[in-house]
Ligand binder design. Structure first.
Ligand code: 6PG
Length: 221
């Protein structure tokens, strides 16, 4: 547990630096607003970027330079970093884009490389773009388009199937608004939220004190 979002970002960046310095790896980057600070800190560290490739654990269905794009957020935060960031191609058909991105991921996110997936969590317990009640939760594929009725929008997302094949999942959670759902995810019933499946994986939950304030039994970093 970390005192505040700044310390959380520093710890997460150092954890990623250490992973990249290890065996050749691939890292699925989380989207949203939390991880940007981690990526900016990581960009300042001395990292052997040639040992890793980056991809996106989910993306909004927007043009690549749109302010809501996770790929744009990550590329901006990691500006100047000599790493490959694999991004989905935006076009006219989310299903076709998801399919072509999955083929790309299958060529790069391979068993001979240490696979890490970084995830965030929403206040409804979603992760990546696996929102409650949406079709991607049940997919046997790796990466799919997902219609999100709650947003009236498409997203592209890694599926629980793909995330479950990672060697390590790192979940970043910050802020008091998530404290109730985080406690329920980690200490409540094992299948209540989309992110619940991550409890069964080799995962590290990096959280700040505000997000952890309602945790009782669960031990976290
Ligand atoms: C996205 C993310 C999503 C995010 C959570 C938390 O595209 O929004 O991938 O899963 O991690 O919604 O978002 P915040 O970090 O903005 O709270």
């Amino acid at each position: 547990m970390y005192p505040d979002p700044v310390e959380l970002a520093a710890a997460a960046a150092e954890r990623l630096r250490d992973l990249i310095a290890g065996p050749e790896s691939t890292i699925g980057l989380a989207g949203g607003s939390t991880p940007g600070a981690t990526y900016r800190r990581l960009a300042q560290l001395d990292v052997p970027w040639e040992r890793t490739e980056l991809w996106l654990s989910d993306e909004r269905w927007v043009p690549p330079d749109h302010p809501e794009s996770n790929g744009s957020m990550a590329a901006t935060a990691l500006a100047g970093v000599p790493a490959t960031l694999l991004r989905p191609r935006f076009g006219s058909d989310p299903a076709a884009s998801a399919y072509s991105y999955e083929q790309l991921l299958r060529d790069h996110v391979t068993p001979d490389r240490y696979g890490v997936v970084l995830l965030g969590m929403g206040t409804d317990g979603h992760t990546a773009s696996l929102f409650p009640g949406t079709a991607a939760l049940e997919s046997d594929l790796w990466f799919v388009e997902n219609w999100i009725p709650q947003l009236e929008a498409y997203r592209l997302t890694a599926t629980p199937r793909m995330i479950s094949e990672a060697d390590l999942v790192i979940v970043l959670v910050s802020g008091a608004a998530k404290s109730a759902v985080l406690a329920d995810v980690l200490e409540g019933p094992a299948d209540r939220y989309p992110i619940s499946f991550v409890r069964e994986l080799d995962s590290v939950w990096l959280v700040d004190e505000a997000a952890a304030e309602r945790l009782t039994a669960f031990t976290i970093e």
